[in-house]
Design a protein around this ligand. Sequence first.
Ligand SMILES: [Fe+2]
Length: 135
Amino acid sequence: MSVSRYEFTKKLETGNAVIDKEHRELFQAVNKLLDACSAGKGRTSMDETIQFLNNYVDKHFAHEEQLQRQSGYPGITAHRTFHENYKRTLKEITSRISVSGPTIVELGNLNKHISVLVSHISTEDKKLGEFLNKQ
Ligand SMILES: [Fe+2]
Protein backbone atom coordinates (compact mmCIF):
# COMPACT_ATOMS: atom_id res chain seq x y z
CA MET A 1 0.00 0.00 0.00
CA SER A 2 1.36 3.43 -0.79
CA VAL A 3 1.22 5.92 2.02
CA SER A 4 1.84 9.63 1.76
CA ARG A 5 4.76 11.27 3.50
CA TYR A 6 4.71 14.63 5.16
CA GLU A 7 7.12 17.30 4.16
CA PHE A 8 7.93 20.27 6.36
CA THR A 9 7.87 23.16 3.91
CA LYS A 10 8.94 26.74 4.37
CA LYS A 11 5.36 27.95 4.46
CA LEU A 12 4.83 25.97 7.66
CA GLU A 13 7.57 27.85 9.48
CA THR A 14 6.36 29.86 12.46
CA GLY A 15 9.50 31.98 12.72
CA ASN A 16 10.30 30.58 16.15
CA ALA A 17 13.41 28.43 15.83
CA VAL A 18 12.58 26.06 18.69
CA ILE A 19 9.02 25.41 17.54
CA ASP A 20 10.10 24.97 13.92
CA LYS A 21 12.79 22.48 14.88
CA GLU A 22 10.30 20.46 16.90
CA HIS A 23 7.75 20.55 14.08
CA ARG A 24 10.40 19.20 11.72
CA GLU A 25 11.12 16.35 14.11
CA LEU A 26 7.42 15.75 14.54
CA PHE A 27 7.06 15.28 10.79
CA GLN A 28 9.96 12.83 10.86
CA ALA A 29 8.28 10.86 13.63
CA VAL A 30 5.03 10.77 11.64
CA ASN A 31 6.87 9.58 8.53
CA LYS A 32 8.65 6.89 10.51
CA LEU A 33 5.33 5.58 11.76
CA LEU A 34 3.87 5.63 8.24
CA ASP A 35 6.97 3.78 6.99
CA ALA A 36 6.62 1.17 9.71
CA CYS A 37 2.94 0.76 8.83
CA SER A 38 3.44 0.43 5.09
CA ALA A 39 6.52 -1.75 5.23
CA GLY A 40 4.80 -4.23 7.51
CA LYS A 41 7.81 -3.95 9.73
CA GLY A 42 6.28 -5.98 12.49
CA ARG A 43 4.62 -5.11 15.72
CA THR A 44 7.65 -4.14 17.81
CA SER A 45 8.95 -1.62 15.34
CA MET A 46 5.48 -0.17 14.78
CA ASP A 47 4.75 0.07 18.50
CA GLU A 48 8.05 1.83 19.05
CA THR A 49 7.28 4.45 16.43
CA ILE A 50 3.77 4.87 17.88
CA GLN A 51 5.14 5.41 21.35
CA PHE A 52 7.80 7.78 20.13
CA LEU A 53 5.26 9.87 18.21
CA ASN A 54 2.84 10.15 21.14
CA ASN A 55 5.65 11.05 23.53
CA TYR A 56 7.05 13.59 21.13
CA VAL A 57 3.66 15.23 20.60
CA ASP A 58 3.13 15.41 24.39
CA LYS A 59 6.54 16.95 24.89
CA HIS A 60 6.24 19.40 22.03
CA PHE A 61 2.75 20.59 22.99
CA ALA A 62 3.85 21.06 26.60
CA HIS A 63 6.77 23.07 25.33
CA GLU A 64 4.54 25.33 23.21
CA GLU A 65 2.23 25.83 26.18
CA GLN A 66 5.17 26.76 28.35
CA LEU A 67 6.22 29.40 25.80
CA GLN A 68 2.64 30.69 25.83
CA ARG A 69 2.51 30.92 29.62
CA GLN A 70 5.87 32.66 29.83
CA SER A 71 4.92 35.23 27.20
CA GLY A 72 1.34 35.82 28.39
CA TYR A 73 -0.05 34.66 25.04
CA PRO A 74 -3.75 35.64 24.89
CA GLY A 75 -4.85 32.55 22.92
CA ILE A 76 -3.50 30.04 25.43
CA THR A 77 -6.82 28.53 26.58
CA ALA A 78 -8.12 27.69 23.12
CA HIS A 79 -4.69 26.50 22.03
CA ARG A 80 -4.36 24.21 25.02
CA THR A 81 -7.85 22.80 24.47
CA PHE A 82 -6.88 21.98 20.89
CA HIS A 83 -3.70 20.26 22.14
CA GLU A 84 -5.63 18.18 24.71
CA ASN A 85 -8.18 16.97 22.16
CA TYR A 86 -5.50 16.35 19.59
CA LYS A 87 -3.40 14.19 21.91
CA ARG A 88 -6.42 12.18 22.98
CA THR A 89 -7.54 11.41 19.42
CA LEU A 90 -3.97 10.60 18.34
CA LYS A 91 -3.68 8.09 21.19
CA GLU A 92 -7.03 6.55 20.25
CA ILE A 93 -6.08 6.10 16.60
CA THR A 94 -2.57 4.82 17.28
CA SER A 95 -3.73 2.39 19.94
CA ARG A 96 -6.23 0.93 17.47
CA ILE A 97 -3.39 0.61 14.95
CA SER A 98 -1.32 -1.09 17.59
CA VAL A 99 -4.07 -3.57 18.42
CA SER A 100 -5.53 -4.31 15.00
CA GLY A 101 -2.67 -3.39 12.70
CA PRO A 102 -2.56 -0.55 10.17
CA THR A 103 -5.90 -1.14 8.45
CA ILE A 104 -6.90 1.11 5.57
CA VAL A 105 -9.56 2.72 7.75
CA GLU A 106 -7.16 3.54 10.58
CA LEU A 107 -4.45 4.75 8.21
CA GLY A 108 -7.08 7.03 6.71
CA ASN A 109 -7.97 8.27 10.19
CA LEU A 110 -4.30 8.81 10.97
CA ASN A 111 -3.72 10.76 7.77
CA LYS A 112 -6.78 12.93 8.43
CA HIS A 113 -5.54 13.59 11.94
CA ILE A 114 -2.10 14.56 10.64
CA SER A 115 -3.68 17.03 8.21
CA VAL A 116 -5.46 18.59 11.18
CA LEU A 117 -2.03 19.14 12.73
CA VAL A 118 -0.65 20.59 9.52
CA SER A 119 -3.46 23.13 9.38
CA HIS A 120 -3.05 23.90 13.10
CA ILE A 121 0.62 24.63 12.44
CA SER A 122 -0.13 26.85 9.47
CA THR A 123 -2.70 28.90 11.38
CA GLU A 124 -2.51 28.76 15.19
CA ASP A 125 1.20 28.00 15.60
CA LYS A 126 2.04 30.71 13.09
CA LYS A 127 0.02 33.19 15.15
CA LEU A 128 1.96 32.08 18.20
CA GLY A 129 5.28 32.44 16.37
CA GLU A 130 4.41 35.98 15.32
CA PHE A 131 3.42 36.85 18.88
CA LEU A 132 6.64 35.42 20.31
CA ASN A 133 8.72 37.32 17.75
CA LYS A 134 7.18 40.60 18.89
CA GLN A 135 8.20 40.01 22.50
FE1 LIG B 1 0.26 24.14 18.75
